[in-house]
Design a protein around this ligand. Structure first.
Ligand SMILES: Nc1ncnc2c1ncn2[C@@H]1O[C@H](COP(=O)(O)OP(=O)(O)O)[C@@H](O)[C@H]1O
Ligand SMILES: [Mg+2]
Length: 266
């Protein structure tokens, strides 16, 4: 097989000092029938090129809201959200999102056409888009399925297509919102390994949301722990190399997120 059609570092732009993504004291919320609902507040972090930052926290602590703001779906209530040093004001192909839902593909388009779609929108000629799609299809392990339609694929295969489609757009940051949460345990493990393999091939920058602590430690280079609703930054932790240190980190995050449970078992 030929090498990656998108060479490692295709996303890189050579800003040495500017992080890809920077949040400064960001607060987000929703106007509801009963008043203002704060989803998360005072969130600050930055993401360097090629990093894998995991956001973990309890259900409802604002993880999806935060990722949605990075995607440009909603604006911060306070603070600044910068991509390559410029404020995010709207969605764009420089921030591709992969969701948990299996039905995030266009059902009337084949696997290859789904993957080529963002590039077609960006004006890439059909033949070139198709060639890139074929290479990505091989890289996500779907050789032979280029002309298949989404409804004929398993959940894991649909997820592979969604990842390939996001990578095809060469995003500055790949956003993933609990992408593997609906997969069976075995497929989930396999997809985690494959995501890391793709990261080694491409070197993309990743912002990944999960509520599973093991998943965060398995996939991240750094982990940002959010407090329960409304989410605030509780800790930012580097993921160590050794299995022993990783187990200790998992235990530490458990203590941060579930102090009551830890007390019960003490
Ligand atoms: N569209 C919405 N309108 C009003 N409130 C919302 C909306 N989406 C989420 N929320 C609320 O914002 C908070 C954070 O939600 P969310 O970002 O989905 O959390 P998480 O992804 O961590 O589970 C929750 O209290 C949730 O009920
Ligand atoms: Mg969520």
């Amino acid at each position: 097989m030929e090498g990656p059609v998108l060479p490692r570092g295709a996303w890189r732009r050579g800003h040495l000092s500017t992080p890809v993504l920077e949040l400064r004291d960001v607060s987000l919320g929703y106007r509801t029938a009963t008043g203002w609902l704060t989803a998360c507040e005072g969130i600050s972090f930055s993401l360097a090129e090629g990093e894998r930052l995991m956001l973990v926290g309890a259900s409802g602590c604002g993880k999806s809201t935060l990722l949605g703001a990075v995607a440009g779906f909603h604006a911060p209530h306070a603070g600044q959200l910068l991509l390559d040093g410029r404020p995010v004001t709207q969605p764009g192909p420089d921030r591709m999102m992969v969701f948990q839902e299996f039905e995030q593909l266009l059902p009337w388009k084949s696997v290859a056409d789904n993957i080529a779609y963002p590039r077609r929108l960006a004006g890439t000629p059909r033949a070139e888009g198709r060639r890139e799609a074929e290479t990505l299809i091989a890289q996500v392990g779907l050789t032979g399925f280029a002309d298949a339609f989404p409804h004929t694929l398993s959940g894991g295969m649909k997820m592979r297509v969604a990842i390939a489609r996001a990578l095809a757009a060469r995003p500055r940051v790949l956003l993933m919102d609990e992408p593997f949460a609906a997969l069976d345990a075995l497929t989930r493990r396999r997809m985690q390994d494959e995501l890391l393999r793709l990261w080694r091939d491409f070197g993309f920058t990743l912002l990944f949301v999960t509520h599973a602590i093991e998943e965060a430690v398995a996939l991240g280079s750094r982990i940002l722990v959010l407090s329960p609703h409304p989410g605030r930054v509780q800790a930012v932790l580097d993921v160590p190399d050794t299995l022993e240190e990783r187990a200790a980190l998992e235990a530490r995050i458990h203590r941060l997120l579930l102090p009551e449970e830890v007390a019960l078992h003490a």
